[in-house]
Design a binder for this molecule. Structure first.
Ligand code: SAJ
Length: 410
């Protein structure tokens, strides 16, 4: 058992599983979040989002004594896992959540504490914003507090497995401190942990997600090319990917989530003159909901359906088998359909238990009864298991999961 006390700040999609994983592996952990409702729920023994294996991990962490609190606590190591959105105008990082967490930590941390930033930050953020904030408060970095960047890499939908098995990057400008943090993560992480400096760790994390965004954009652009000339993009990608050095990702109705659709903007914001490819990829991916809308209109016209309320969007989350709707392609599509909304396009998602948009239906059968065209926006296991019930519908399958004759594709 490691003799350190850890305070994880931010009990969201990354902070919670990370805190639980430390606690389940016998590290003394307090999870902190300013959201009282969220902390109450955790203290009542309930997890706050759906993720495979999370409940079991939660129970183990509770049995090992994890604590939750709305206030920051004295600890040896702080792990900051708060959101890092981008400013929609400047495209630069909005580091306000990170900086506000740091201010609170500095108010109570004992001398010599280490602050690990897990949130994804744009390259240079720690030098430009975090270090000056600490120094301004009178603390000396390297003496009073130590700074480390250990960006998370886990994928929603497979978080628990990836927490244990992915390799990690630890950026520290002091090797000894880097080693302490590496030892800490090694209590649960079986993947290789690479030690590097802070700036390299910042850049590496952002370019991993940017690489994925560009690859998806390529698949999406191919889709538009193939649609314009009536070719089967999926068959073309499948065959191309049989080449040992080609690996094109899957086209889709857009790129959502808090990561892939956000992080590339950090580079565009900071290096506007040098990011032509990255910006083009972002634009292509952001144009996909519009492409879906065009496909819906084509299908309505072809089948002489005029009433948009006979169209149903299946899936509200940003991807399959998660309950996270941030930046979801369906929400983006609904925004584009603004003028149509009054006429009531239907929406259904089995992973979303509260009504979030207009004309959202909560029962799958009622949803099917109300529509003639179903647009599969998200490939939840639920729809894969229920494809047979779609036989009498016109189907626009944006995720290529449905092989019924006559199905429309992207
Ligand atoms: N998507 C496609 N086609 C694909 C793959 C994904 O259209 O072939 C879409 C999804 O439907 C979704 C979006 O892209 O809307 C993003 O989903 P994702 O599964 O690619 O990634 P995230 O955002 O859930 O998680 C990513 C991961 N990064 C990489 O794989 C490089 C994860 O490892 C990171 O930890 C996470 O971002 C993060 O937090 O940064």
């Amino acid at each position: 058992m490691l003799d350190v006390k850890v305070n994880v700040i931010g009990m969201g999609y990354i902070g919670l599983p990370t805190a639980l994983m430390f606690a389940a592996n016998s590290v003394e952990v307090i999870g902190t979040d300013y959201d009282e409702k969220l902390i109450d729920q955790l203290m009542l023994g309930k997890v706050t989002f759906e993720e495979e294996g999370l409940t079991e991990l939660f129970e183990k962490a509770i049995s090992q004594g994890i604590k939750f609190s709305t206030s920051y606590q004295p600890a040896d190591i702080y792990i900051v896992a708060v959101p890092t959105p981008y400013d929609k105008k400047s495209k630069k990082i909005d580091a306000s959540y990170v900086l506000s967490a740091l201010k609170s930590i500095m108010g109570i941390c004992p001398k010599g504490a280490t602050i690990v930033i897990e949130s994804t930050v744009s390259p240079g953020t720690i030098n430009k914003y975090v270090s000056p904030l600490i120094e301004k408060s009178g603390l000396t970095i390297g003496e009073d507090v130590h700074l480390v960047h250990a960006p998370e890499r886990i994928i929603p939908g497979n978080m628990i497995y990836e927490l244990k098995n992915n390799s990690r990057t630890i950026g520290a400008d002091n090797n000894e401190i880097g080693m302490i943090v590496k030892n800490l993560y090694q209590v649960f992480c079986k993947g290789e942990i690479v030690l590097t400096d802070i700036r390299t760790a910042e850049m590496t994390k952002v370019i991993e997600n940017t690489y994925r965004d560009i690859n998806i954009a390529f698949a999406n652009e191919l889709t538009k090319i193939c649609r314009s000339d009536d070719m089967d993009v999926y068959e073309i990608i499948r065959i191309a990917n049989m080449h040992p050095r080609v690996n094109i990702l899957h086209p889709g109705p857009g790129v959502g989530g808090h990561c892939i659709s956000v992080d590339p903007w950090f580079l565009v914001g900071d290096y506007p003159d040098l990011t032509n490819l990255i910006l083009a990829a972002r634009k292509i991916n952001d144009s996909m909901p519009q492409h879906v809308l065009k496909r819906i209109r084509d299908i309505m016209k072809k089948n002489n359906i005029r009433d948009i309320s006979r169209v149903g969007l299946y899936g509200l989350t940003y991807k399959e088998n998660v309950d996270d709707i941030r930046e979801s392609p369906t929400l983006q599509l609904l925004e584009k359909m603004d003028d149509h909304l009054a006429f009531g396009v239907k929406v259904f998602d089995p992973m979303v238990r509260e009504v979030l948009v207009e004309n959202q239906m909560m029962d799958f059968n009622d949803f099917l009864d109300e529509i003639d065209i179903i647009v599969i926006m998200v490939s939840h296991s639920h729809i894969k298991d229920n494809i047979e019930y779609l036989k009498d519908k016109l189907i626009l399958d944006t995720k290529n999961i449905c092989y019924i004759e006559g199905v429309y594709k992207l």
